[in-house]
Design a protein around this ligand. Sequence first.
Ligand SMILES: Cc1ncc(COP(=O)(O)O)c(C=O)c1O
Length: 391
Amino acid sequence: MAGKNLDLSKLNVETRLALAGRDTERFEGAVNPAIHRATTLVIPDTDDLYDTPKKTYALEGMAVQNALKDALLAVEGGAACALAPSGLAACTLALLAVARAGGELIVSDSVYGPTRRFCNTVLHRLGVRTHYVDPRIGADIAGLINQDTCGVFLETPGSITFELQDVPAIAAAAKARGVPVIVDNTWSAGLYFKPFAHGVDMSVQALTKYQAGHADAFMGAVLSADAAMGARVQATYKQLGLGASPDDAYLVLRGMRSLSVRLERQAASALKVAAWLETRPEVAAVIHPALPSHPDHALWKRDFTGAAGVFGVRLHTTDAGRVKAVLESLKLFSMGFSWGGYESLIIPTNDNITRTATHWAESGSLLRLSIGLEHPDDLIADLDAGFAHLA
Ligand SMILES: Cc1ncc(COP(=O)(O)O)c(C=O)c1O
């Protein structure tokens, strides 16, 4: 029977995505897991109420959440997975698993804004300092690690500005001092970058993006490299009272079945749109790690096996009115937050850049594009018509 007694690690990722988490015997013959909308679990034996390895409360996750965790681990590797109610909750869970009062986190200056906000508010209030560093710090991070350092948080490429980090060099320096490293690996969806192969301890996924893929479910995951880190995350998870909705877990797992196909198409379309943008006189730069013009392209080639469909473009113009006219004239791109869905999105991002360790000195108007499943020629025509407003 498909999926039974198979060592998925020996199979290609497309096959793993199709089979992981499948257990037709347990699911009464169905290919997909059952959705249990459950809180209380009935426990017939008083000996199983306390101090038991058995599941006693549905907040721990039922068949559908477990199937999703299996699928995530089958794609990215690792020893344990915890599901969070959003991508941001996964970032904060990973940080809370390592944070301690009086400790200091080292965080890349180009992390997702709300991750920075969490460090600067909740963690600050709890007595955890955050030291922001140049995303391109690489092995020099060794000089910043001291006895207070309790964790390193990276995101590669960074949000909005897409700097890549030298994860192997950073992880090696942190490991030498016993400091855990977390990577927000959402951009690669776990398919194109393998943090655990580079010495990372926790990989964070905002499953809301490519895994769910249809702009209809929030979820996040923290995957841990080994059982000890997994237990630390799981304990924090339980202490915080986190859980993941069974209906949303079902949607995310369903999205994962087609993840590799969607991402491949979206990535190819994004490269086509990016290459077209590079030829345009209105464009000062296209910021896409898979383009040779990207300053960290060599790192991308070394560490990644593919690219996502999200990238930046910097227009020469600083005229906000003209940019507004372009954006509001588009017929196929919509403006909206989030990314990774089947629908193409575009958003102005200059106001979204927060830097304290480095300075974003580039001029012009920065936009972020998330390329969906529309035909790239139609998307290019849409942008072409929109650019008329820059004339
Ligand atoms: C890199 C990154 N991490 C985490 C998140 C948070 O995900 P969610 O919107 O599910 O909270 C986002 C959302 O945009 C993101 O871009």
